[in-house]
Design a protein around this ligand. Structure first.
Ligand SMILES: Nc1ncnc2c1ncn2[C@@H]1O[C@H](COP(=O)(O)OP(=O)(O)OP(=O)(O)O)[C@@H](O)[C@H]1O
Ligand SMILES: Cc1cn([C@H]2C[C@H](O)[C@@H](COP(=O)(O)O)O2)c(=O)[nH]c1=O
Length: 211
């Protein structure tokens, strides 16, 4: 058994997911501000990354060649450090953690996209997280073709963003499978709509939870 994480859980843990170019970054700052206006003490963070060690691993993941198992192990190594250093202490002290990607991304990218055995990812998930899951996952869902058009207009592509449409269709299917397995935690956002319409959907999800 790995050493225990915190047993307390008084804060809220929100993750934001979707294929590259879905529009997460466009909405995170306003979502964070909206939560703070309602009284939350918000910690904004991301994966891969979120601690000095995990940010170093992020650089390798995004820019160095490696096989899918190495990718998954690096992602979970960074996640363990992130949980211990940032996420668990914040939740224990009642803060709201707003995380740009978490483990659903591993199931979608390394599982769906790269084709890794989901049972291996599930075992790593249990070892590393010991049951910790987000309270709410906002899944920005849109067709891979539309996300690719948005990315093309936006920036230089990293290792993942260089993948083809087939890869991103599999990643999207990976997210759909995770959402189907955890329908209460997941809220699907139709990210193909305008920025305003996406904001309105996020607001409706938070309102429905009384957040
Ligand atoms: N609803 C939208 N309609 C049209 N364009 C959008 C919309 N949302 C975001 N964009 C544009 O699409 C591009 C990608 O958006 P953004 O960087 O927010 O995506 P992302 O999901 O954070 O991507 P990544 O996960 O790869 O960082 C940006 O140029 C952004 O302005
Ligand atoms: C957490 C996580 C992320 N990835 C991939 C997904 C994205 O392509 C990049 C991160 O880039 P972003 O600009 O922060 O979206 O990393 C992954 O493959 N597996 C994971 O677990």
């Amino acid at each position: 058994m790995s050493s225990p994480l915190s047993s307390k859980n008084i804060g809220r843990f929100i993750s934001i997911e979707g294929i590259d170019g879905a529009g997460k970054s466009t909405h995170i700052a306003s979502l964070s501000a909206r939560l703070q206006q309602r009284g939350a003490d918000v910690v904004n963070t991301r994966e891969p990354g979120g601690t000095p060690l995990a940010e170093t691993l992020r650089g390798l993941l995004l820019h160095s060649g490696m096989d899918e198992l190495t990718e998954a192990l690096l992602v979970f190594a960074g996640r363990r450090d992130h949980l211990r250093q940032v996420i668990e202490p914040a939740l224990s002290s009642g803060k709201t953690v707003l995380c740009d990607r978490f483990t659903d991304a591993t199931f979608a990218y390394q599982g769906g996209g790269r084709g890794m055995e989901l049972s291996v990812l599930a075992a790593l998930e249990q070892w590393v997280q010991q049951g910790r899951q987000p309270d709410l996952t906002l899944w920005f869902d849109l067709p891979a073709e539309l996300a690719a058009q948005r990315r093309a207009a936006a920036r230089e592509a990293d290792r993942f963003e260089q993948q083809d449409l087939e890869f991103f269709n599999k990643v999207r299917a990976g997210y759909a499978a995770r959402a189907a397995a955890a329908p209460t935690r997941f809220a699907r956002i139709d990210a193909s709509l305008s920025v305003e319409a996406v904001s309105a959907q996020i607001e409706a999800v938070l309102e429905a939870r009384g957040w």
